[in-house]
Design a protein around this ligand. Structure first.
Ligand SMILES: *Cc1c(COP(=O)(O)O)cnc(C)c1O
Length: 390
C-alpha cells in the first residue's frame, strides 16, 4: 500500500514538470540584497522598524501566541481595538478579524452560502473566493472579466428562487485593474443580489484615506460584504470582513475558518494597529507610490514594453509564452532583480507575464535599475532573434 502513495506522488510530479508548470521556492537570504519587485508591500511598511517594535511590544504585553480561539479565550483588547479601527477606516459599523485573507474569504462564503445560493464571480477572482464557494457547496457562475453585460445576462437567466451573491476582487491581483464597484453594485441591486468585494490589493493604496477602492466611497448598501487583507499594503498579516453588525455577528457564529482556529498572535494585531496609524500620519507614502507608478509607466512606454492598463502598483508585462517569461525573469535575476513570473494555471494560456509590483520603499535608483534591466531583456531578445534567423 505505501508503494501506491509513492507512485501517486511521482506521477503527479512528473505530469506537472512535463507540463512546464513546476513551481519552485527561492530561499531569500538577508545578505542577497536583491531588489524586490515581486512583493505586495506597496507602502514599504513590512520592513518598517516601528511595526517590528509594535509587534515585539504586543508580544511582551500579551504573549507570543494567541493561546485559544476568539470564541474561547483568545479574543484580546488588541484584537477588539483593531476590529474597531478597521471598521472606522472602511466606513462600516463592524469588522471581524481573520488570521489570513484566504481564511476570510473561505469563512465569509461558507457562512453566507449554501448549495441553493446563486453565486456570480468574476472569472479572474482570487483562488480563495472560488475555494470558498466550494466549501459552501455552492456552484459559482463565472462572468467574463470586468464584463457587466455578461454579469447582467447571467443574473437575468438565473432562477428566481434562492439568495444571490455577486463576488469580485477590488483590484485584480495578476492584472492590476480596478473593478467598477458602482457598476457591480447597480447590477446587484437591480437583481436583488448582495455584493461582496475582496479589496486585498486596494486597501492602503486606493481611496482618499487609503481606505481602498470600496471603503468610504461605497457604503454597506452598495457593498454589504467587504474583505480586506493586512499582509499587503499594511505590511503585517491577517484580514477582516467588514459590514453590518448583523453580518459580523453571523460570521462570528457560523464561519468555521473563524471559529475553529487560534486567535491571531496579539503582537501581529499590535503591528497592524501601528500600520494603520502610519497610514494616516504619513500620506507621503501614497504620493511617492503614485509618483513611482507614473514614472514606471512613462518610461516603460518609451521602451516599448507591453504595459497593461493598470494604474495600481501591480504593473504586469504580458509576454505571452511561459518560456519567454521564464527567460526574462532569469535575466532580471542575474541583475539582482526579483519579479513574479506568472504562468498557467494562475493566468490563462498565452497570457504568461512578469508581475512587477512597485512600493513606496523603492528608491529612484532601484527603479532605474529595473528599467535598465528590462531594456536589456528586450535587447537580448532582439539579438537572439537576429541570430536565429538565416
Ligand atoms: C493575497 C490575496 C488573498 C489572500 O490573503 P492572505 O492574507 O495572503 O491569505 C485574498 N484575496 C486576494 C485578492 C489576494 O490577492
Amino acid at each position: 500500500m505505501p508503494e501506491a502513495w509513492n507512485t501517486y506522488l511521482a506521477e503527479r510530479a512528473a505530469t506537472r514538470r512535463h507540463a512546464g508548470r513546476w513551481r519552485q521556492r527561492r530561499t531569500r537570504r538577508l545578505s542577497d540584497g536583491c531588489r524586490d519587485f515581486a512583493g505586495n508591500d506597496y507602502l514599504g511598511l513590512a520592513g518598517d522598524p516601528r511595526l517590528a517594535d509594535a509587534q515585539a511590544e504586543g508580544a511582551r504585553r500579551y504573549g507570543a501566541g494567541g493561546r485559544a480561539s476568539h470564541l474561547v479565550s483568545g479574543h484580546l483588547e488588541v484584537h477588539e481595538e483593531l476590529e474597531q479601527r478597521l471598521a472606522a477606516l472602511t466606513g462600516r459599523p463592524a469588522a471581524l478579524l481573520f488570521s489570513t485573507g484566504y481564511m476570510a474569504n473561505l469563512g465569509a462564503l461558507q457562512a453566507l452560502c449554501d448549495p441553493d445560493t446563486r453565486l456570480f464571480q468574476d472569472r479572474l477572482n482570487h483562488a480563495s473566493l472560488l475555494d470558498g464557494a466550494r466549501l459552501a457547496g455552492a456552484r459559482s457562475r463565472r462572468f467574463h472579466h470586468a464584463d457587466l453585460g455578461d454579469l447582467e445576462r447571467l443574473l437575468t437567466r438565473a432562477p428566481a428562487e434562492g439568495r444571490r451573491l455577486v463576488v469580485s476582487d477590488g483590484v485584480f491581483s495578476m492584472d492590476g485593474d480596478v473593478a467598477d464597484i458602482a457598476g457591480l453594485a447597480a447590477a446587484a441591486r437591480r437583481h436583488g443580489a448582495w455584493l461582496m468585494v475582496d479589496d486585498a490589493h486596494g486597501l492602503g493604496v486606493l481611496g482618499e484615506a487609503g481606505d481602498g477602492c470600496v471603503g468610504r466611497a461605497h457604503g454597506i448598501d452598495a457593498v454589504p460584504v467587504l474583505v480586506g487583507t493586512l499582509g499587503k499594503a499594511l505590511g503585517s498579516a491577517g484580514a477582516f470582513v467588514a459590514g453590518s453588525e448583523a453580518l459580523v455577528e453571523h460570521l462570528t457564529q457560523f464561519a468555521r475558518p473563524y471559529v475553529y482556529t487560534t486567535a491571531q498572535p496579539p503582537g501581529v494585531a499590535a503591528a497592524t494597529l501601528k500600520a494603520l496609524q502610519l497610514l494616516e500620519a504619513e500620506p507621503e507614502r501614497r504620493s511617492r507610490l503614485a509618483m513611482l507608478i507614473a514614472r514606471f509607466r512613462r518610461e516603460a512606454t518609451t521602451l516599448g514594453l507591453p504595459l497593461a492598463a493598470s494604474t495600481t502598483p501591480i504593473q504586469p508585462l504580458v509576454l505571452g509564452e511561459s518560456q519567454r517569461v521564464m527567460a526574462w525573469a532569469a535575466w532580471l535575476a542575474e541583475r539582482g532583480i526579483m519579479v513574479g513570473a506568472i504562468r498557467e494555471p494562475t493566468v490563462p494560456r498565452g497570457q504568461a507575464r512578469l508581475r512587477i509590483t512597485l512600493s513606496a520603499a523603492h528608491t529612484d535608483n532601484e527603479l532605474d535599475a529595473l528599467l535598465d534591466a528590462l531594456a536589456d531583456c528586450k535587447a537580448r531578445e532582439t539579438l537572439a532573434g537576429a541570430e536565429a534567423s538565416p
